[in-house]
Design a protein around this ligand. Structure first.
Ligand code: SAH
Ligand code: SF4
Ligand code: F3S
Length: 467
């Protein structure tokens, strides 16, 4: 096989590049009998990238293993959203370095959002020369060539090809029941605390025709659910000419008759009345909205660059609940943004009390190098931030439990996904509102949407049975 020169490849048109990087152009005998170990951290987007990476590794003949010691190639798909990402990366690299002592041919690869950070790449180059390949979030399609062309030097391919949207990507999907579908890449919002626009580049939407083609394929394969993925799904299409908006996209995806459609993440600023109307009117669009608040203080929201006030957020929330009283709304909240006062924090608690979220992911602000918020002076001690997080979590959990208790005694449709990890006599699945349900003796129903009667509620899950 004639391998493309990487620099030359980058100058080619998207169409030609697509052809070159398709998995069928590689030889599955190349690494026959060899194993890959892939670990992914981070959000759904990274998890879905992991499904592409797995398919690419398998196109060269590698098969999966969950034991690092058995692997011939190790790929770490990193996340950069918070500081602790660095500890995870370097802790893992320590294990890889050790494994390479007993297997000098072990190929070590680092990718994901940290591989798009300049300081990380420099550190890998200078302090970790045993790492063989480094590739960024824009270069996953070049993975096979990076492996095939590797030499004694580190083979690094990061930052490049931003702006390209590759189609015809093959995935090794983790599930045969529900699938991730990218609708856009990157993010243009530049919230002042967030590293994502730097690691994933500017917003690039996929063409709706390509998205529909992918969903139709999934319907044919028997998938029951798709989750439309993007950092800011409701800004879908704004970067393309003559393209549908997100509400329009939801409508056409709905027509594919996939039983369940979900989407993450929605930004409050881009949420329109038209969207609310579409979600409320189409049966296969799930009444579940992840609507990150970040802070309840309009002062902090302004410093965060979120583009909405506390009042505007509450107005949107109320509109959603009015149109869909049985919908569930979840959120993300950051405590301890630089110089967050007790008053600011109380505003956040006030919004939580008003919205009574079904659940919330809560974080302590983590300064990310290169973002504006990392340069802001901050006088709030860490102990105060931890206290606030604790207080917030207690409040959030009490509302999660209250929201779950409302389900007890009701019979509702659940998509059953598989055997419960904790109890092999049980299966687990999700309601349309994204509540996890553990169900006794229902193995025969895996892959189906069935009516389940809810018997008990906990903060993070429900128990149910099929009557
Ligand atoms: N696109 C999504 C968020 C993606 S990141 C949105 O706009 O809502 C997921 C969550 O991580 C964010 O919602 C935020 O709550 C949190 N997060 C992002 N950067 C952070 C930082 N520097 N420190 C702490 N939490 C952060
Ligand atoms: Fe980050 Fe803001 Fe973009 Fe979400 S919208 S990914 S928080 S910059
Ligand atoms: Fe992490 Fe990158 Fe996602 S930083 S949260 S993996 S976009």
């Amino acid at each position: 096989m004639q391998l493309p020169n990487l620099t030359e490849a980058r100058k080619r048109t998207t169409k030609e590049v697509e052809h070159i990087y398709l998995n069928e152009n590689y030889n599955a005998d190349t690494f026959k009998g060899q194993k890959y170990f892939l670990r992914t951290y981070g959000c759904q987007m990274n998890v879905h990238d992991g499904e592409e990476i797995a398919a690419r590794l398998e196109s060269l003949g590698f098969t999966p293993t969950d034991k690092l010691e058995e692997a011939n190639i190790v790929i770490l798909n990193t996340c950069a959203i918070r500081e602790n990402a660095h500890d995870k990366l370097y802790g893992f690299l320590g294990r890889c370095k050790h494994a390479k002592k007993s297997n000098k041919d072990l190929i070590i690869g680092i990718c994901g959002c940290m591989a798009q950070e300049e300081n990380v790449v420099k550190e890998l180059m200078t302090k970790h020369p045993y790492v063989d390949i480094v590739f960024g979030t824009h270069n996953i399609h070049e993975l096979q060539d990076l492996i095939l062309n590797r030499n004694n030097k580190q083979n690094i391919n990061v930052y490049s090809c931003e702006g390209e949207v590759y189609e015809n990507i093959a995935y090794k999907r983790d599930s045969k029941i529900k699938a991730w579908v990218n609708i856009q890449y990157g993010c243009d919002k530049f919230c002042t605390y967030c590293i994502v626009p730097y690691t994933r580049g500017k917003q690039r939407s996929r063409k709706s025709s390509e998205i529909i083609k992918e969903v139709e394929e999934l319907v044919k394969e028997g998938y029951q659910e798709v989750t439309l993925l993007g950092q800011n799904v409701n800004a879908y299409g704004k970067d393309l000419k003559d393209e549908l908006n997100f509400a329009g996209l939801l409508k056409v995806v709905s027509k594919t008759n996939i039983p369940r459609i979900r989407f993450v993440t929605s930004h409050p600023w881009d949420f329109t009345d038209e969207m609310i109307d579409v979600i409320a009117s189409y049966d296969n669009i799930m009444p579940y909205i992840h609507l990150p608040l970040q802070s309840g203080s309009s002062r902090i929201l302004k410093l965060m660059g979120r583009r909405y006030t506390k009042e505007e957020y509450l107005e949107l929330f109320n509109k959603i609940k009015k149109a869909m009283p049985n919908s569930s709304v979840t959120t993300d909240i950051i405590v301890g943004f630089p110089n967050e006062t007790e008053e600011d924090f109380n505003e956040t608690l006030d919004v939580v009390n008003k919205c009574q979220y079904d659940s919330a992911f809560t974080f302590i602000f983590s300064p990310r190098e290169g973002t504006p918020a990392a340069k802001m002076k901050d006088e709030v001690p860490m102990a105060t931030k931890e206290e606030r997080l604790h207080k917030l979590n207690e409040l959030v959990n009490s509302y999660s439990l209250a929201a779950n208790k409302k389900y007890v005694g009701k019979t509702i449709p659940v998509l059953i996904e598989g055997i419960s990890e904790k109890d092999s006599n049980k299966v687990f699945g999700y309601t349309d509102t994204m509540k996890l349900v553990n169900i006794s003796n229902a193995q025969d129903y895996i892959g189906q949407i069935v009516d389940v009667t809810i018997t008990d509620a906990k903060s993070f899950s429900l128990d149910g049975e099929i009557k």
